[in-house]
Design a protein around this ligand. Structure first.
Ligand SMILES: *Cc1c(COP(=O)(O)O)cnc(C)c1O
Length: 408
């Protein structure tokens, strides 16, 4: 038997079935027209944002990283909850604007921006987080051609990384950002060329559950920004401090101690160096805002025994929940939180493996999990799939196509 990850707080049973937003899984599937289906709870997302606001100093602005989940109704919800969006492609720019988000509340990072993407962002008035000197010069040239003053910030590749993070995005040789030492000259160059100077962006890592590691990183980000601002010699309007707040996916994971992170950041904000006294501070979060609010529902198509093991074969799989299958940036495969949605109040009584419908051994949803006995027609719920699910999985693989999505 292998343990399942922890089911996020707030999911309850209704008539023995998993309920999301007060409605039974089977009813949601019916409304959506079938399985596989992602359901996102708007109330859980709103609660999460409110909890963050309560724990964070009022000076801290919250941005949503669209990459985590770009489902249009979810973006429309997020627009009303957070202070801005961080985007990383022209496609995300279109979706962000279509959600009604103001271009002035968008910042655009990402290491390979095409000329057309730079132009669209500059014309709209989006802040570009420049990833290299080459990109800075292309942006300036394009702005010149279209006759618009570009809003430019520089993404710094810090010399440190976020300790214990699932994906490291800083420290050493990286495709992201401009090396610390090269930032002051590049900043002076773009300011000298007439750009509107928007500030600095430092994103050192992702999916950290250790509050101390985040507190330490935030301290280093503030120190770095103060030092670079002194060297640049211009006031720093904005500092995007990154995020990296993780969520518990696996057995043994403990939720991030947000009160500790917020408390330590509050103390630092009360004693900011003069270089940052007027700076707007931004945190950019993706999975922490939406990850635990998403549930993937898939139906059992077959139940079979093989060499003494029980398999529940579903109509979903890694083409929608690549991360849950263990194939998106994990070294050792571990089980996400999974449940039989249609028997949510039943006691577990057998060990079974839940697999997807794809013809590959990689398509595992839960391995050797202790579950209530499920049969053909039951619904399986995979939790923690609100971020990096639908849009981060190869939906076209084996001709399957995308899952349905519903915001409730
Ligand atoms: C991916 C990414 C994020 C979001 O990361 P989460 O782990 O979902 O919070 C934020 N900022 C940048 C620059 C990113 O690349």
């Amino acid at each position: 038997m292998k343990p399942l990850g922890p089911i996020p707080m707030g999911f309850v049973a209704l008539d023995g079935e998993l309920a999301i937003g007060g409605r039974k899984a089977s009813a949601l599937v019916e409304e959506a027209g079938g399985t596989p289906l992602f359901v996102y709870s708007g109330a859980m997302i709103a609660d999460r944002v409110a909890h963050l606001r309560a724990c964070l100093h009022e000076r801290v602005r919250l941005h949503y990283a669209v990459k985590a989940n770009p489902f249009p109704p979810l973006l429309a919800l997020m627009r009303g909850l957070v202070d801005g969006f961080d985007i990383a492609s022209g496609g995300e720019l279109e979706r962000a604007l279509a959600s009604g988000q103001r271009a002035q509340a968008l910042s655009f990072a990402g290491p390979g921006k095409r000329d057309a993407e730079l132009e669209a962002a500059i014309v709209a008035g989006v802040t570009l987080n420049l990833e290299s000197a080459g990109e800075a010069r292309r942006a300036l040239a394009i702005a010149d051609q279209v006759g618009v003053q570009p809003r430019l910030a520089i993404r710094v590749n810090p010399s440190f990384e976020l300790r214990g993070s699932g994906m490291k995005m800083g420290g050493g040789a990286k495709p992201f950002g401009v090396g610390e030492a090269l930032v002051p000259a590049l900043a002076r160059e773009v300011i000298g060329a007439g750009a509107e100077w928007r500030g600095l962006h430092v994103f050192a890592g992702s999916q950290a559950l250790d509050a101390e590691a985040i507190v330490e990183m935030q301290g280093r980000v503030l120190e770095l920004a103060a030092r670079l601002t002194g060297e640049i010699g211009h006031p720093l309007p904005h500092l995007n401090m990154g995020g990296g707040f993780g969520i518990p996916y696996f057995a043994g994971d403990r939720p991030l101690d947000l009160a500790m992170v917020g408390g330590a950041l509050g103390e630092r904000i009360a004693a900011l160096p003069p270089e940052l006294a007027q700076t707007t501070l931004v945190l950019e979060l993706g999975r922490y805002l939406v990850g635990e609010a998403g549930v993937y529902l898939t139906r059992v198509l077959d139940r079979k025994e093989s060499h003494g093991a029980t398999f529940l074969v579903t109509d979903g799989g890694l083409h929608h929940v690549l991360a849950a299958s263990g194939n998106f940036g994990t070294v050792v495969r571990r089980n996400y939180p999974v449940a039989i949605a249609t028997r949510f109040s039943s006691e577990p009584e057998e060990v079974a493996s839940v697999v997807g419908c794809l013809c590959t051994p990689l398509d595992r949803v839960a391995e050797q999990a202790l579950l209530p006995r499920a049969g053909v027609g039951d619904l399986v719920a995979v939790f923690c799939t609100g971020a990096y699910g639908a849009s981060a999985s190869p939906a076209a693989f084996l001709g399957q196509g995308p899952a349905r999505e519903l915001l409730v």
